[in-house]
Design a protein around this ligand. Structure first.
Ligand code: SAM
Length: 309
């Protein structure tokens, strides 16, 4: 079977809990943030990730181990998993910086933030927000409910005015967002991290159209466009399945559509001034270069941020 024949696990209108389908990918990226946070010289700190992931069960808890003991005896597996965790740390850092600059008084001074497909993103709890900042988190209901429940059980309180917007991004999410208090007249900082490939390409276009329509001048948009079709990434997930019993087939959860819009080009053509970087140079710049012998296997992506003109 070729990659293009891979049977999709997705259906129109499908939904999931945190350990199911696309929900489990939120656990996996949060586990990488836990690994980074527990490491010797962390680029980012997400103290909540370990709690959010471990609460999903013992196999998930093992994935948060900074020593990667679950990969003992598999040196190549550890190296490729390390690259995956390094990438997650670098992308988290890139978007943390974006949000800090967008909300800084000396910067754009934006006070309204929308995290699309927030998953187990704990930025509403862990970043320092200017007083009065509203953070809207959009994701599926059970995913958001899980995060609020686990963080609540640890006594963690949001550091911003957090609004949970439980809606599918293939549905009428703008109505739900406005219903939760979002004001399209005020400038907004949008974030789409770890999302696009899980949307059909027409839903991606609609998402960008709606974000643009809801963006007052001066709004900012940060996006990750990732490509999972690299051997190391597949091997990484296969190892999680074989060693931990976590059967998360990321490729079959994404929509492999060859004619998907290029996000940077789309945004540039629709009134956004865009600045973008490939993940490998960004990883090198942040002191986490991909080892030369793993370049072909390592996940590739483009990180971008735009300002609405
Ligand atoms: N952005 C978060 C992060 O980086 O930690 C989560 C990324 S996780 C890889 C993908 C997230 O996208 C999951 O939380 C999933 O529930 C969410 N997601 C995917 N498709 C969605 C949809 N159609 N509607 C709402 N959420 C969706």
């Amino acid at each position: 079977m070729t990659d293009l024949d891979l049977p999709s696990l997705r259906t129109a209108g499908d939904s999931w809990d945190i350990t199911e389908s696309v929900g489990a990918t939120a656990l996996a990226v949060a586990a990488s943030r836990a690994v980074e946070t527990a490491g010797p010289d962390p680029l980012i700190r997400d103290e909540f990730a370990v709690h959010l992931v471990s609460a999903a069960g013992p196999a998930w808890a093992r994935l948060t181990d900074a020593e990667m003991a679950w990969l003992d005896g598999d040196e190549h597996g550890q190296r490729i998993h390390r690259v995956g965790c390094d990438y997650q740390a670098v992308r988290t850092h890139y978007f943390d910086e974006f949000l800090a600059a967008a909300t800084a008084d000396a910067g754009a001074g934006i006070r309204q933030v929308v995290i699309l497909a927030a998953g187990l993103d704990s930025r509403a709890y862990r970043l320092q927000w200017p007083s009065g900042t509203a953070v809207y988190e959009i994701d599926q209901p059970k995913v958001l409910e899980y995060k609020a429940r686990i963080l609540g059980s640890h006594g963690v309180r949001p550091a911003a005015n957090r609004h949970s917007v439980a809606v599918d991004l293939r549905d009428d999410w703008p109505a739900a967002l406005v219903g939760a208090g979002f004001d399209p007249v005020r400038p907004t900082a949008w974030l789409a991290e770890g999302l696009l490939a899980y949307l059909p390409s027409d839903a991606q276009d609609r998402l960008f159209e709606m974000c643009t329509a809801l963006s007052a001048p001066g709004s900012q948009f940060a996006v990750e466009a990732f490509n999972l079709k690299v051997t190391g990434n597949k091997q990484r997930w296969n190892r999680m399945r074989d060693r931990l019993g976590l059967d998360v087939n990321v490729e079959a959860l994404t929509y492999q559509e060859p004619h998907r819009s290029d996000p940077a080009r789309w945004l540039a053509e629709h009134g956004w001034q865009v600045d973008s970087v490939d993940n490998h140079p960004e990883m090198a710049r942040r002191g986490r270069p991909v080892p030369q012998d793993l370049i072909e296997e390592a996940i590739t992506s483009r990180l971008m941020r735009g300002v609405r003109q």
